[in-house]
Design a protein around this ligand. Sequence first.
Ligand SMILES: NC(=O)c1ccc[n+]([C@@H]2O[C@H](COP(=O)([O-])OP(=O)(O)OC[C@H]3O[C@@H](n4cnc5c(N)ncnc54)[C@H](OP(=O)(O)O)[C@@H]3O)[C@@H](O)[C@H]2O)c1
Length: 366
Amino acid sequence: MAPRVDHQADLRFMREALAEAVTVLGRTAPNPAVGCVIVKQGRVIARAATAPGGRPHAEPQAIAIAGRRTAGATAYVSFEPCAHFGQTPPCADALIAARIERAVIGCLDPYPPVRGRGVARLRRAGIAVDIGVLEDECRRLNEGFITRVTKRRPFVLLKMAMSLDGRIAAPKPGGWISSEQSRELVHRWRNECDAVMAGAGTVIVDNPRLTCRLKGGRDPVRIVVDAALRTPPQARVYHQRSAAPTVLVTTPENMDRARERYGRKVQLMAVRGSDAGIDIRLLMRDLAASRAISKVLLEGGAHLAASALHARVVDRVAFFVAPIIFGAGIPAIEGLQTSRASHAIRLNNLRARQIGPDWLLEAEPA
Ligand SMILES: NC(=O)c1ccc[n+]([C@@H]2O[C@H](COP(=O)([O-])OP(=O)(O)OC[C@H]3O[C@@H](n4cnc5c(N)ncnc54)[C@H](OP(=O)(O)O)[C@@H]3O)[C@@H](O)[C@H]2O)c1
């Protein structure tokens, strides 16, 4: 007899699985961040998330916690259980061996060795499977992993803080544009993204640390895009005490000079140049292929943001608009040379929410 389905309970327990997955965002590369909750007779008997570093996966950990009680239980998993022998045996097999009666899955895994196979394996073993509970949230949680697998580059979130008249800096440096609440949200994003990226101009003018200053947070990889090696070797970003490295991206021709100029503590990456500096498309591909970077928080400045938009590697913009007017200073995006409105970069799904005194505008380039 098919197990009884309670849609409200499914939503509630999938939310709990998602809550588990959120805690390990940015820590599971090269694997997705997955949450698993095992429920028996309406009660959660185990919960787990993918371990830091990507292994063990969430399902075997939850099964181990539940022990023998898994027989006849329901497993809520935010992402399709794997079906292939990687460095660990397939999670679908672990659920089968645990005699789970029903599996509720948030979204399918687009990774070719898994795609639909995890579900097929479970169904072949007689497990009732429901897919797509809180699907959008589950997909969004792993938008980095999904983008890396399907587009072979990281998901790029372009964040900028600007005045109401669209300036990201006043003519002279000093002072914050956005509120403390907005800046705290950015630190949460740094905590969850694999890497944070800035251009040479930003490092020269702002001298940022590009670390995560949240209590209990972790630093993303810091990436500086500096084709001509204009950033000073004493810049803060190159001298952080941090578990994550700083990576300086320059052209192959400048690698020897970079090694001399920045020393051993700074990791170097050579990427072919383009008219604007570094070829951003190539850079993103390399970050995905060589470092398994799935999500990049691009923090400007104006020229690097323009290059990324022009190269069509930006997946979402997040503009914090503060209630101030400059009337002078640096425009948010510089160098696209759009000559008429019909050539503009269009965005879909524009939405706004208030963060302290600021408005956060988010949208996806069409
Ligand atoms: N409010 C905010 O959210 C925010 C955030 C960041 C920055 N900012 C402000 O933005 C200003 C800096 O912006 P910016 O436009 O001068 O500098 P930027 O965008 O940070 O860096 C541009 C530089 O990066 C290098 N680069 C390498 N490859 C590139 C590529 N493909 N496309 C673009 N640049 C590439 C180039 O220098 P090389 O040729 O030497 O490599 C270029 O001059 C500062 O005033 C800062 O305060 C504001």
